[in-house]
Unconditional design. Structure first.
Length: 120
């Protein structure tokens, strides 16, 4: 495992587009047949991902402050503080989520977003 200082490539474009609330730019970071797993829900393909983004990312004005980037055998793992206008009932004051990105041919083909808890 190697930790890098900064994001690069399509993952950096994705984070910048999320923080800019630019739905078109976010969608453009994904392959047409990509999938997202967020909060134990799967969204397959560009249309489903667009609906998820419109409602839960752009609609809720979600922002992501990156705190850690890990390159693990070509996969990019991004941890960061999430904020926005979403329902914050029963979530920590500081919401840190881990994003697991799989990139192929310059596009995100898989994104898994998880609220991890510390190991023993």
């Amino acid at each position: 495992m190697s930790t890098t200082a900064a994001l690069h490539g399509i993952v950096a474009e994705h984070v910048a587009a999320v923080n800019a609330q630019d739905e078109e730019a976010i969608v453009a970071t994904f392959a047409d047949d990509a999938f997202v797993n967020d909060d134990h829900r799967e969204f397959w393909g560009a249309d489903a991902i667009r609906r998820w983004l419109a409602k839960e990312i752009v609609g809720d004005k979600v922002t992501l402050e990156v705190t850690e980037v890990i390159d693990h055998y070509g996969e990019t793992i991004v941890r960061g503080r999430y904020d926005g206008e979403f329902d914050k009932t029963n979530i920590p004051d500081e919401l840190i989520l881990t994003n697991y990105f799989t990139v192929r041919d310059g596009k995100i083909v898989a994104l898994i977003v998880i609220h991890n808890t510390p190991a023993y």
